[in-house]
Design a protein around this ligand. Structure first.
Ligand code: WQD
Length: 343
C-alpha cells in the first residue's frame, strides 16, 4: 500500500514540484490548499506530468475546525510537509499582522490537528533568511540564527523555535526543518513553474517577465557590493532538486533514520552567483539581450549568501543535479509555455 503524505500549500511553487516528486516516488499525496496564492489548474499540470491526480482538499488552515476535520478524514497519513504560508518579504513589512496571523495560525492548526490524529512526522519549509547577514560563508547549519529583517523571515525563525518546543513536549514527534536558499527554475517539461501574483519581487520571474515583454526593464539592485562584479551573490537552487530533497527527507523520517527529533538542513547548491551572472546565463541560453539597468541597493538585501551543503549530502544522501543554466532554461521554457497558453 502506498504511504499517504499531506502536503499543505501543495498547489504553490515549491509545493507542487514536491508533489510531483512524491507521486513519482510512489507516495499517495493529499494537497491541502486555500488557493489564495495558487491556482486550481496546478492539479491538471501535476496530473499531466505524473499521470496521477493528487487528492485535493480546499480549506483555510487558519480555521481550526476545518483543519481538524481534514486531518480526521486523512488520519492514515504518514507525514506532513508544510509549505502553506505567505512569502512576500516586502508585503510582510507593510502588513506584519497578516503575515504573523496567516503563517502561525496555519502552522499551529496543522500541528494541533496532526497530533490529535497521532501523525508524528512533520517537515517544515524554512528559509536561509533565518541566518540574517551571515558572519561566515559558506553558511553551515551551525551559523548563528539572527532575527530576520522582515516579518516573513521572522515567521520562519519563530516557527523553528515552536518546533524545538514541540519535540521537547511530545516524545513521538519528529520534525525536519529545511532552510532553502534561492529556489528558481521550473519542471523540465515546462508544464509546471512559479506563478507570481502581480509584479514579481524575486529576480528570476522578473527576468523572464521582462524578456517576455510583460515588464519593461529589470532593475538590478546595487552594483557597489564587495563582490566580483559588484552585484549581490545568492545560492540559486533548482526547484526540482529542492523537491527531490523533500522526498529524501520524508524517507528519512518514515524510515526512522533521523538522529535527533528536530533536524535542520540547508538546501542550496553551495555555489554563489551574482545578479549579473544570472543575467549572463539568461542571455546565453535564450540568445536574447535582457533590458536591465543598475539602480541603488534594495533595503534589507545582504551582499552574499551561499550554503554549505555538506550536512544534507551526508545525512540525506542528497546532492543537486542541475546547474544555473538548467535553472534559467527551465524558467524560460515555463514562461514561454504560459504565454502560449494565454494566446
Ligand atoms: C535575489 C538577488 C536582489 C529582484 C528572497 C527572500 C528569501 C527567500 C527567497 C522566499 C538579490 C536581486 C532581485 C530584482 C534584483 N524566500 N534582484 N532585481 O532577496 O535573495 O531572497 O527570496 O520565499 O527569504 O528574502 O531573492 O530573488 O528577491 O533576489 O537585482 O528585480 O537579485 O537584490 O541580490 P532574495 P530575490
Amino acid at each position: 500500500m502506498k504511504q499517504k503524505i499531506i502536503v499543505t500549500g501543495g498547489c504553490g511553487y515549491i509545493g507542487s514540484h514536491t508533489v510531483v516528486e512524491l507521486i513519482t516516488h510512489n507516495f499517495e499525496v493529499v494537497i491541502l490548499d486555500d488557493l489564495s496564492n495558487s491556482n486550481i489548474k496546478t492539479l491538471d499540470r501535476i496530473a499531466k506530468i505524473t499521470g496521477i491526480r493528487p487528492i485535493f482538499e480546499q480549506l483555510d488552515l487558519k480555521n481550526s475546525e476545518q483543519t481538524k476535520a481534514v486531518f480526521q478524514k486523512h488520519k492514515d497519513t504518514a507525514a506532513v510537509v508544510h509549505f502553506a504560508a505567505y512569502k512576500a518579504v516586502a508585503e510582510s513589512v507593510q502588513n506584519p499582522v497578516m503575515y504573523y496571523k496567516n503563517n502561525f495560525f496555519s502552522l499551529l492548526n496543522t500541528l494541533e490537528a496532526q497530533l490529535e490524529q497521532g501523525i508524528n512526522n512533520f517537515i517544515f519549509s524554512s528559509s536561509a533568511t533565518v541566518y540574517g547577514e551571515p558572519k561566515k560563508l559558506p553558511i553551515t547549519e551551525e551559523n548563528q540564527v539572527q532575527r530576520p529583517f522582515s516579518p516573513y523571515g521572522n515567521t520562519k525563525k519563530i516557527a523553528e523555535e515552536i518546533l524545538e518546543d514541540m519535540v521537547k513536549a511530545h516524545q513521538d514527534f519528529s520534525t525536519i526543518s529545511l532552510r532553502y536558499f534561492n529556489p528558481i527554475g521550473a519542471h523540465l517539461s515546462g508544464n509546471l513553474g512559479e506563478l507570481p501574483n502581480g509584479i514579481p519581487n524575486n529576480l528570476m520571474p522578473y527576468i523572464t517577465q521582462t524578456a517576455a515583454g510583460i515588464r519593461k526593464e529589470l532593475q538590478v539592485f546595487g552594483n557597489d557590493y564587495d563582490t566580483k562584479d559588484g552585484t549581490a551573490i545568492r545560492d540559486y537552487i533548482h526547484v526540482v532538486d529542492l523537491a527531490d530533497a523533500h522526498v529524501k527527507t520524508v524517507k528519512r523520517l518514515l524510515n526512522k533514520k533521523q538522529e535527533k527529533s528536530l533536524e535542520i538542513f540547508n538546501l542550496g547548491t553551495g555555489n554563489g552567483y551574482t545578479v549579473l551572472e544570472v543575467i549572463q546565463s539568461f542571455e546565453k541560453i535564450t540568445k536574447k539581450p535582457l533590458n536591465y539597468k543598475i539602480v541603488s541597493r534594495r533595503a534589507g538585501d545582504v551582499p552574499a549568501l551561499y550554503a554549505s551543503t555538506e550536512l544534507a549530502k551526508e545525512k540525506l544522501n542528497w546532492e543537486t543535479q542541475l546547474n544555473i543554466d538548467d535553472m534559467v532554461a527551465s524558467s524560460w521554457k515555463w514562461e514561454e509555455n504560459l504565454k502560449n497558453e494565454k494566446n
